[in-house]
Design a protein around this ligand. Structure first.
Ligand SMILES: Nc1ncnc2c1ncn2[C@@H]1O[C@H](COP(=O)(O)OP(=O)(O)OP(=O)(O)O)[C@@H](O)[C@H]1O
Ligand SMILES: [Mg+2]
Length: 346
């Protein structure tokens, strides 16, 4: 079964064709990063207009490269920016109607958790622990069976990607911050890390989300600690002049990675998972991959991460998950609307 997947939830216009939920026949991603760069973040109105301009070309290219007959159309319907999601959903409805094939609406976060299985063969492990680390989300998800999702932990404020992006903005390093910090942190060879807070909320059940605080993270204190450090040490320009930026970003990255690895270890100790499955743009981070590998080795479970080209937003993950979700679609889906605040498992 060959499915066309369309993704426009944020700042990537993407389309792909995937066979039987695993084999990627084509994947086209047009990124709007240069468009949003001057603003240091995604501007929804601009994102929506750029999706409208590009969607036709991106879908055309994905179909041409795959060169196959399409059996269904899948599309992200949430979570994401409403004006951006609408573009993809409407395009998908039109294509599904024109081709007279089913339309399948897909949860973007659940799709991120499928990315490690793209272009692979073999059994998908279950039960598994999922970790979504992206620009807008940080979620630990227990999956007793493939396709069943129970959120067991999350961030109480900023997502990990957001924490990277905000720090880079504060230090005047550019946008998006994650890859820039990852690269600069590698140039710091010392181990004299600044002791930034590790984002551990108080024990008990979090009043903010109703989940166990020991499985949650909070990055707002870390952000403030960075701001204070910069202010107390003469400001960004002085720190850059003194060659201090690599040590600062390496320390900041260590705090985020440490928090993510620590909560993952706790989650693995409490849930009988046969694997850790990681998805989302932040999973490109070299230091995080290393720390999660160590965590998994200790817990004696394999780590599943995606190929770099599938970590950020893409259409392949949408088309792939749709193959396993095709029972929840059909003609009714043509009436579907976007769900900007959709949660995992909803
Ligand atoms: N090497 C890296 N290290 C750390 N963070 C990274 C790296 N590469 C990308 N990121 C971060 O990943 C985020 C983008 O990931 P992604 O595209 O999955 O998020 P999103 O789709 O915007 O959010 P969501 O999936 O929650 O809607 C950005 O915050 C970016 O800074
Ligand atoms: Mg995403």
């Amino acid at each position: 079964m060959d499915i066309l997947g369309i993704e426009t939830s944020c700042d990537e216009t993407a389309a792909a064709v995937v066979r039987d939920g695993r084999k990627v026949l084509s994947s086209v991603v047009y990124t709007q990063i240069p468009l949003h760069k001057p603003y240091g973040g995604v501007v929804p109105e601009l994102a929506s207009r750029a999706h409208i301009e590009k969607i036709r070309e991106v879908v055309r290219e994905a179909l041409d490269r795959a060169g196959t007959k399409i059996d269904a159309v899948a599309v992200t319907y949430g979570p994401g920016l409403a004006p951006a999601l609408i573009v993809g959903l409407n395009a998908a409805k039109g294509i599904a109607m024109a081709l007279d094939v089913p339309l399948i609406c897909i949860n973007h976060l659940e799709a991120h958790l499928h990315t490690p299985f793209l272009d692979t063969e073999g059994e998908i492990p279950e039960p598994a622990l999922g970790l979504v680390v992206s620009g807008g989300h940080t979620n630990w998800v227990y999956m007793p069976k493939y396709g069943v999702y129970e959120t067991i932990g999350q961030t109480l404020d900023d997502a990990a990607g957001e924490a990277f992006d905000k720090a880079a903005k504060l230090l005047g390093l550019g946008y998006p911050g994650g890859p820039i910090i990852d690269k600069i942190a590698k140039t710091y060879e010392g181990k004299d890390y600044i002791p930034f807070p590790k984002g551990r909320p108080r024990e008990g059940v979090s009043a903010l989300c109703g989940l166990e605080a020991s499985l949650c993270v909070s990055f707002s204190g870390l952000k403030t600690a960075l701001l204070r450090y910069v202010q107390q040490n003469g400001g960004t320009a002085k720190l850059a002049e003194d060659g201090e930026i690599p040590r600062i970003v390496a320390s900041y990255q260590e705090a985020i990675v440490g928090a993510l690895a620590d909560r993952t270890a706790t989650a693995l100790s409490r849930h009988a998972a046969k694997a850790l499955v990681v998805g989302g743009g932040v999973s490109l981070n070299g230091r995080l991959r290393l720390a999660l590998k160590e965590t998994c080795d200790k817990a004696k479970v394999p780590l599943y991460t995606a190929k770099p080209c599938y970590c950020g937003d893409n259409g392949a993950m949408i088309a792939a998950l749709a193959y396993f979700r095709r029972n929840v679609s059909g003609a009714e889906a043509l009436k579907a609307d976007v769900h900007p605040s959709l949660e995992v498992g909803e």
